[in-house]
Write a protein that binds this ligand. Structure first.
Ligand code: SF4
Ligand code: SF4
Length: 372
Protein backbone atom coordinates (compact mmCIF):
# COMPACT_ATOMS: atom_id res chain seq x y z
CA UNK A 1 0.00 0.00 0.00
CA UNK A 2 2.78 2.39 0.98
CA UNK A 3 4.53 2.17 -2.39
CA UNK A 4 1.31 2.86 -4.31
CA UNK A 5 0.56 5.88 -2.20
CA UNK A 6 4.04 7.28 -2.72
CA UNK A 7 3.60 6.88 -6.46
CA UNK A 8 0.30 8.75 -6.34
CA UNK A 9 1.82 11.45 -4.17
CA UNK A 10 4.77 11.83 -6.53
CA UNK A 11 2.70 11.91 -9.70
CA UNK A 12 0.16 14.42 -8.48
CA UNK A 13 2.74 16.50 -6.64
CA UNK A 14 4.66 16.91 -9.88
CA UNK A 15 1.51 18.05 -11.71
CA UNK A 16 1.23 20.91 -9.24
CA UNK A 17 4.88 21.92 -9.28
CA UNK A 18 5.88 20.10 -6.10
CA UNK A 19 9.08 18.13 -5.72
CA UNK A 20 8.71 15.08 -3.52
CA UNK A 21 7.33 13.33 -1.62
CA UNK A 22 9.99 13.04 1.03
CA UNK A 23 8.78 11.05 4.00
CA UNK A 24 10.23 11.70 7.44
CA UNK A 25 11.27 8.57 9.36
CA UNK A 26 9.53 9.76 12.53
CA UNK A 27 7.16 12.39 13.83
CA UNK A 28 9.50 13.92 16.36
CA UNK A 29 12.16 16.46 15.40
CA UNK A 30 15.84 16.09 16.25
CA UNK A 31 16.33 19.77 16.99
CA UNK A 32 13.58 20.66 19.43
CA UNK A 33 16.04 21.28 22.27
CA UNK A 34 18.42 23.50 20.25
CA UNK A 35 15.31 25.34 19.02
CA UNK A 36 14.26 26.01 22.64
CA UNK A 37 17.79 27.16 23.51
CA UNK A 38 17.63 29.56 20.57
CA UNK A 39 14.31 30.93 21.82
CA UNK A 40 15.57 31.20 25.39
CA UNK A 41 18.62 33.14 24.23
CA UNK A 42 16.24 35.76 22.83
CA UNK A 43 17.50 35.24 19.28
CA UNK A 44 13.96 34.99 17.88
CA UNK A 45 13.30 38.65 18.62
CA UNK A 46 9.60 39.46 18.99
CA UNK A 47 8.33 36.26 17.38
CA UNK A 48 6.44 35.38 20.55
CA UNK A 49 4.20 32.92 18.73
CA UNK A 50 7.21 30.61 18.46
CA UNK A 51 7.53 30.56 22.22
CA UNK A 52 3.81 30.23 22.94
CA UNK A 53 3.54 26.97 21.03
CA UNK A 54 7.00 25.59 21.62
CA UNK A 55 5.80 22.38 23.29
CA UNK A 56 3.59 21.48 20.36
CA UNK A 57 6.73 21.36 18.24
CA UNK A 58 7.98 18.30 20.11
CA UNK A 59 5.81 15.98 18.07
CA UNK A 60 3.60 16.32 14.99
CA UNK A 61 0.92 14.36 16.88
CA UNK A 62 0.46 17.26 19.30
CA UNK A 63 -1.17 19.00 16.36
CA UNK A 64 -2.53 16.03 14.42
CA UNK A 65 -3.14 13.22 16.94
CA UNK A 66 -4.06 10.67 14.27
CA UNK A 67 -1.02 11.35 12.08
CA UNK A 68 1.24 8.38 11.31
CA UNK A 69 3.42 9.86 8.56
CA UNK A 70 4.68 13.27 7.55
CA UNK A 71 5.12 13.85 3.83
CA UNK A 72 7.33 16.78 2.89
CA UNK A 73 7.39 18.58 -0.46
CA UNK A 74 9.50 21.38 -1.89
CA UNK A 75 7.96 24.11 -4.04
CA UNK A 76 10.82 25.85 -5.87
CA UNK A 77 10.81 29.52 -6.69
CA UNK A 78 13.13 31.76 -8.58
CA UNK A 79 13.38 35.43 -9.27
CA UNK A 80 14.80 37.49 -12.06
CA UNK A 81 18.02 39.38 -11.48
CA UNK A 82 17.35 43.04 -10.90
CA UNK A 83 17.05 44.69 -14.26
CA UNK A 84 13.87 46.66 -14.39
CA UNK A 85 14.34 48.80 -11.35
CA UNK A 86 14.97 52.50 -11.61
CA UNK A 87 16.81 54.66 -9.13
CA UNK A 88 13.49 54.99 -7.30
CA UNK A 89 13.13 51.24 -6.82
CA UNK A 90 13.54 48.90 -3.93
CA UNK A 91 14.35 45.22 -3.91
CA UNK A 92 12.09 42.38 -2.91
CA UNK A 93 13.16 38.99 -1.71
CA UNK A 94 12.76 36.47 -4.53
CA UNK A 95 10.28 34.44 -2.49
CA UNK A 96 7.93 37.42 -2.35
CA UNK A 97 7.19 37.73 -6.06
CA UNK A 98 3.80 36.60 -7.31
CA UNK A 99 1.01 35.07 -5.28
CA UNK A 100 1.59 34.47 -1.57
CA UNK A 101 3.50 31.20 -1.30
CA UNK A 102 1.28 30.08 1.58
CA UNK A 103 -1.62 30.04 -0.88
CA UNK A 104 0.43 28.45 -3.67
CA UNK A 105 1.66 25.63 -1.45
CA UNK A 106 -1.70 25.05 0.21
CA UNK A 107 -3.55 24.96 -3.10
CA UNK A 108 -1.07 22.46 -4.51
CA UNK A 109 -1.23 20.22 -1.44
CA UNK A 110 -5.03 20.31 -1.37
CA UNK A 111 -5.08 19.06 -4.94
CA UNK A 112 -2.68 16.26 -4.04
CA UNK A 113 -4.90 15.18 -1.14
CA UNK A 114 -7.96 15.30 -3.39
CA UNK A 115 -6.17 13.16 -5.96
CA UNK A 116 -5.23 10.68 -3.24
CA UNK A 117 -8.88 10.39 -2.23
CA UNK A 118 -9.96 9.90 -5.82
CA UNK A 119 -7.36 7.25 -6.58
CA UNK A 120 -7.89 5.35 -3.31
CA UNK A 121 -11.67 5.75 -3.65
CA UNK A 122 -12.05 6.57 -0.01
CA UNK A 123 -11.96 9.58 2.22
CA UNK A 124 -8.41 10.18 3.39
CA UNK A 125 -7.60 12.66 6.11
CA UNK A 126 -4.70 14.88 5.17
CA UNK A 127 -3.51 17.69 7.41
CA UNK A 128 -1.77 20.38 5.40
CA UNK A 129 0.92 22.62 6.85
CA UNK A 130 2.64 25.57 5.23
CA UNK A 131 5.03 27.56 7.36
CA UNK A 132 2.58 28.76 10.01
CA UNK A 133 1.93 25.57 12.03
CA UNK A 134 3.99 24.70 15.12
CA UNK A 135 6.07 22.12 13.29
CA UNK A 136 9.85 22.23 12.89
CA UNK A 137 9.52 21.88 9.14
CA UNK A 138 13.17 22.26 8.22
CA UNK A 139 14.07 19.49 10.67
CA UNK A 140 11.59 17.04 9.12
CA UNK A 141 12.64 18.01 5.61
CA UNK A 142 16.24 17.25 6.53
CA UNK A 143 15.29 13.96 8.17
CA UNK A 144 13.35 13.00 5.06
CA UNK A 145 16.33 13.62 2.79
CA UNK A 146 15.33 16.88 1.12
CA UNK A 147 18.64 18.53 1.96
CA UNK A 148 21.09 19.63 4.62
CA UNK A 149 20.94 22.68 6.85
CA UNK A 150 23.39 25.22 5.47
CA UNK A 151 25.44 27.63 7.53
CA UNK A 152 22.94 30.31 6.44
CA UNK A 153 20.33 28.26 8.42
CA UNK A 154 18.37 27.36 5.29
CA UNK A 155 17.79 23.89 3.95
CA UNK A 156 19.91 23.29 0.85
CA UNK A 157 19.23 20.69 -1.78
CA UNK A 158 22.01 19.83 -4.24
CA UNK A 159 19.71 20.42 -7.25
CA UNK A 160 17.44 23.18 -5.95
CA UNK A 161 19.83 25.22 -3.87
CA UNK A 162 17.83 26.89 -1.09
CA UNK A 163 15.18 28.66 -3.16
CA UNK A 164 12.20 26.52 -2.34
CA UNK A 165 9.34 26.52 0.13
CA UNK A 166 8.84 23.57 2.43
CA UNK A 167 5.31 22.28 2.96
CA UNK A 168 3.85 19.10 4.41
CA UNK A 169 0.91 16.76 4.58
CA UNK A 170 0.43 14.67 7.71
CA UNK A 171 -1.34 11.41 6.85
CA UNK A 172 -3.06 8.84 9.07
CA UNK A 173 -1.20 5.78 7.80
CA UNK A 174 2.36 4.50 7.78
CA UNK A 175 4.47 5.27 4.74
CA UNK A 176 8.01 4.07 4.09
CA UNK A 177 10.51 6.76 5.00
CA UNK A 178 12.82 8.25 2.39
CA UNK A 179 15.71 9.13 4.64
CA UNK A 180 18.52 9.45 2.15
CA UNK A 181 20.73 11.57 4.34
CA UNK A 182 22.09 14.40 2.23
CA UNK A 183 25.68 15.08 3.27
CA UNK A 184 26.65 18.57 4.41
CA UNK A 185 27.72 20.47 1.31
CA UNK A 186 28.97 23.60 3.06
CA UNK A 187 32.43 22.28 3.83
CA UNK A 188 34.86 25.09 4.59
CA UNK A 189 32.73 27.73 2.82
CA UNK A 190 31.74 30.77 4.89
CA UNK A 191 30.41 33.04 2.15
CA UNK A 192 27.01 33.55 3.76
CA UNK A 193 28.48 34.48 7.13
CA UNK A 194 30.99 36.81 5.53
CA UNK A 195 28.36 38.52 3.35
CA UNK A 196 25.56 39.10 5.83
CA UNK A 197 25.34 42.90 6.05
CA UNK A 198 24.41 42.96 9.73
CA UNK A 199 26.30 40.01 11.21
CA UNK A 200 22.98 38.29 11.90
CA UNK A 201 24.57 34.89 11.31
CA UNK A 202 26.35 34.89 14.64
CA UNK A 203 27.77 31.40 14.07
CA UNK A 204 27.30 28.73 11.43
CA UNK A 205 23.59 27.80 11.50
CA UNK A 206 22.77 30.30 14.26
CA UNK A 207 20.67 33.32 13.32
CA UNK A 208 20.11 36.33 15.52
CA UNK A 209 16.76 37.31 14.04
CA UNK A 210 16.93 40.70 15.73
CA UNK A 211 19.64 41.71 13.26
CA UNK A 212 18.27 39.92 10.21
CA UNK A 213 16.61 42.03 7.52
CA UNK A 214 14.25 39.21 6.60
CA UNK A 215 12.87 39.38 10.13
CA UNK A 216 13.12 43.15 10.50
CA UNK A 217 11.32 43.94 7.25
CA UNK A 218 8.67 41.21 7.32
CA UNK A 219 7.94 39.95 10.83
CA UNK A 220 9.02 42.77 13.09
CA UNK A 221 6.37 45.33 13.94
CA UNK A 222 8.52 47.95 15.62
CA UNK A 223 11.03 50.57 14.69
CA UNK A 224 13.94 49.47 12.52
CA UNK A 225 17.04 50.13 14.65
CA UNK A 226 18.58 53.41 13.55
CA UNK A 227 22.05 51.95 13.19
CA UNK A 228 20.72 49.32 10.77
CA UNK A 229 18.66 51.66 8.59
CA UNK A 230 21.55 52.80 6.36
CA UNK A 231 22.67 49.18 6.05
CA UNK A 232 19.22 48.11 4.82
CA UNK A 233 20.15 49.58 1.44
CA UNK A 234 17.34 49.07 -1.06
CA UNK A 235 15.69 46.04 0.56
CA UNK A 236 11.97 46.75 0.82
CA UNK A 237 10.88 43.27 1.76
CA UNK A 238 13.19 40.53 2.94
CA UNK A 239 16.83 39.93 2.18
CA UNK A 240 18.43 37.39 -0.13
CA UNK A 241 22.10 38.15 0.39
CA UNK A 242 23.00 34.94 2.22
CA UNK A 243 21.22 32.96 -0.50
CA UNK A 244 22.55 34.93 -3.45
CA UNK A 245 26.16 34.32 -2.46
CA UNK A 246 25.65 30.61 -1.84
CA UNK A 247 27.37 28.53 -4.53
CA UNK A 248 24.55 25.99 -4.37
CA UNK A 249 22.08 28.61 -5.59
CA UNK A 250 24.41 29.72 -8.32
CA UNK A 251 24.52 26.21 -9.74
CA UNK A 252 20.93 25.15 -8.94
CA UNK A 253 19.47 23.20 -11.83
CA UNK A 254 15.79 23.11 -10.90
CA UNK A 255 13.81 26.34 -11.01
CA UNK A 256 10.16 27.21 -11.34
CA UNK A 257 7.94 30.23 -11.88
CA UNK A 258 8.75 32.90 -14.33
CA UNK A 259 12.29 34.14 -14.50
CA UNK A 260 10.78 37.35 -15.83
CA UNK A 261 9.20 38.13 -12.49
CA UNK A 262 10.62 41.35 -11.29
CA UNK A 263 12.39 41.78 -8.01
CA UNK A 264 11.95 45.52 -8.01
CA UNK A 265 9.24 47.82 -6.77
CA UNK A 266 8.92 51.57 -7.18
CA UNK A 267 9.50 53.10 -3.77
CA UNK A 268 7.56 56.31 -4.43
CA UNK A 269 4.47 54.35 -5.55
CA UNK A 270 4.48 52.41 -2.30
CA UNK A 271 4.87 55.45 -0.08
CA UNK A 272 1.67 56.95 -1.48
CA UNK A 273 -0.57 53.97 -0.77
CA UNK A 274 -3.36 54.47 1.71
CA UNK A 275 -5.02 51.48 3.37
CA UNK A 276 -7.53 50.99 0.56
CA UNK A 277 -4.89 51.32 -2.13
CA UNK A 278 -2.66 48.87 -0.30
CA UNK A 279 -5.42 46.27 -0.05
CA UNK A 280 -6.29 46.57 -3.72
CA UNK A 281 -2.73 46.36 -4.94
CA UNK A 282 -1.46 43.59 -2.69
CA UNK A 283 -4.41 41.23 -2.28
CA UNK A 284 -3.17 37.59 -2.22
CA UNK A 285 0.46 38.62 -2.17
CA UNK A 286 2.96 38.12 0.68
CA UNK A 287 2.70 41.84 1.44
CA UNK A 288 -0.92 41.43 2.51
CA UNK A 289 0.18 39.51 5.62
CA UNK A 290 2.81 42.07 6.50
CA UNK A 291 0.44 44.97 6.05
CA UNK A 292 0.68 48.57 4.92
CA UNK A 293 2.47 49.98 7.96
CA UNK A 294 5.46 47.67 7.83
CA UNK A 295 5.80 47.84 4.06
CA UNK A 296 5.75 51.64 4.05
CA UNK A 297 8.09 51.77 7.05
CA UNK A 298 10.63 49.74 5.06
CA UNK A 299 10.07 51.76 1.93
CA UNK A 300 10.65 55.03 3.74
CA UNK A 301 14.04 53.74 4.87
CA UNK A 302 14.84 52.66 1.31
CA UNK A 303 13.83 56.09 -0.02
CA UNK A 304 16.16 57.63 2.56
CA UNK A 305 19.00 55.38 1.49
CA UNK A 306 18.40 56.07 -2.20
CA UNK A 307 18.10 59.79 -1.43
CA UNK A 308 15.11 59.77 -3.73
CA UNK A 309 14.18 63.43 -4.25
CA UNK A 310 10.93 62.34 -5.89
CA UNK A 311 9.88 60.87 -2.56
CA UNK A 312 9.92 64.22 -0.76
CA UNK A 313 6.20 65.01 -1.05
CA UNK A 314 5.24 61.48 -0.07
CA UNK A 315 7.51 61.59 2.98
CA UNK A 316 6.12 64.97 4.01
CA UNK A 317 2.62 63.47 3.88
CA UNK A 318 3.79 60.51 5.95
CA UNK A 319 5.00 62.90 8.65
CA UNK A 320 1.27 63.38 9.34
CA UNK A 321 0.26 59.73 9.01
CA UNK A 322 -1.90 58.25 11.76
CA UNK A 323 0.77 55.59 12.43
CA UNK A 324 3.55 56.86 14.73
CA UNK A 325 5.92 54.29 13.21
CA UNK A 326 5.51 55.88 9.79
CA UNK A 327 5.93 59.42 11.10
CA UNK A 328 9.18 58.33 12.72
CA UNK A 329 10.62 56.65 9.64
CA UNK A 330 9.45 59.45 7.36
CA UNK A 331 11.37 61.96 9.50
CA UNK A 332 14.48 59.80 9.30
CA UNK A 333 14.17 59.49 5.53
CA UNK A 334 13.49 63.20 5.02
CA UNK A 335 16.64 64.08 6.92
CA UNK A 336 18.57 61.82 4.53
CA UNK A 337 16.83 62.97 1.36
CA UNK A 338 16.61 66.72 1.97
CA UNK A 339 19.00 67.32 4.83
CA UNK A 340 18.87 70.87 6.20
CA UNK A 341 15.97 71.75 3.87
CA UNK A 342 13.77 69.26 5.73
CA UNK A 343 14.70 70.47 9.21
CA UNK A 344 11.76 72.86 9.60
CA UNK A 345 9.19 70.22 8.55
CA UNK A 346 10.70 67.70 10.93
CA UNK A 347 10.76 70.28 13.72
CA UNK A 348 7.05 71.03 13.28
CA UNK A 349 6.25 67.31 13.30
CA UNK A 350 8.45 66.83 16.35
CA UNK A 351 6.68 69.61 18.26
CA UNK A 352 3.29 68.04 17.55
CA UNK A 353 4.36 64.45 18.19
CA UNK A 354 2.52 62.81 21.08
CA UNK A 355 4.07 59.34 20.94
CA UNK A 356 7.10 59.33 23.24
CA UNK A 357 9.13 56.77 21.30
CA UNK A 358 8.50 58.45 17.99
CA UNK A 359 9.32 61.82 19.46
CA UNK A 360 12.72 60.73 20.73
CA UNK A 361 13.61 59.18 17.36
CA UNK A 362 12.42 62.33 15.57
CA UNK A 363 14.68 64.40 17.78
CA UNK A 364 17.64 62.45 16.41
CA UNK A 365 16.42 62.93 12.84
CA UNK A 366 16.00 66.65 13.46
CA UNK A 367 19.56 66.80 14.75
CA UNK A 368 20.79 64.88 11.69
CA UNK A 369 18.90 67.19 9.32
CA UNK A 370 20.35 70.29 10.95
CA UNK A 371 23.87 68.88 10.83
CA UNK A 372 23.72 67.93 7.17
S1 SF4 B 1 18.67 37.28 5.26
FE1 SF4 B 1 20.15 38.98 5.04
S2 SF4 B 1 20.31 39.88 7.07
FE2 SF4 B 1 19.34 37.85 7.33
S3 SF4 B 1 21.03 36.46 7.75
FE3 SF4 B 1 20.73 36.43 5.52
S4 SF4 B 1 22.14 38.01 4.73
FE4 SF4 B 1 21.91 38.35 6.92
S1 SF4 C 1 27.24 30.13 1.34
FE1 SF4 C 1 28.62 28.42 1.74
S2 SF4 C 1 28.53 28.13 3.98
FE2 SF4 C 1 26.78 29.39 3.41
S3 SF4 C 1 25.11 27.94 3.13
FE3 SF4 C 1 26.05 28.23 1.11
S4 SF4 C 1 27.59 26.60 0.94
FE4 SF4 C 1 27.00 26.75 3.09
Amino acid sequence: MGVDILTILRRHGRVHGLIGPFVAPKLTPDTWEPFCEWLDAGLAGDMVYLNRRRNERRDVRCLNPRARSLVVYALPYSGAPPGTETVHSGLLSAHATGEDYHHRCRNALEKVVEALRTELRTHVEGWIHVDTAPILERDFARQAGLGWVGKNTLLINPDLGSRFHICEIALPFDLPATPVVVPDGCGACTRCLDSCPTGALVAPRVLDARRCFSYLTIEYKGSIPRELRPVLGTRIFGCDTCQDVCPWNQKATVRSFSDAETLAMDAVDILDLDQGGFRTRFRNTPFERTGRTRLIRNTAVVAGNLKTQKATDSLLRLLKDTEPLLREHAAWALARVRGREAAESIRVAYEKETDARTRSDMALSLRDARET
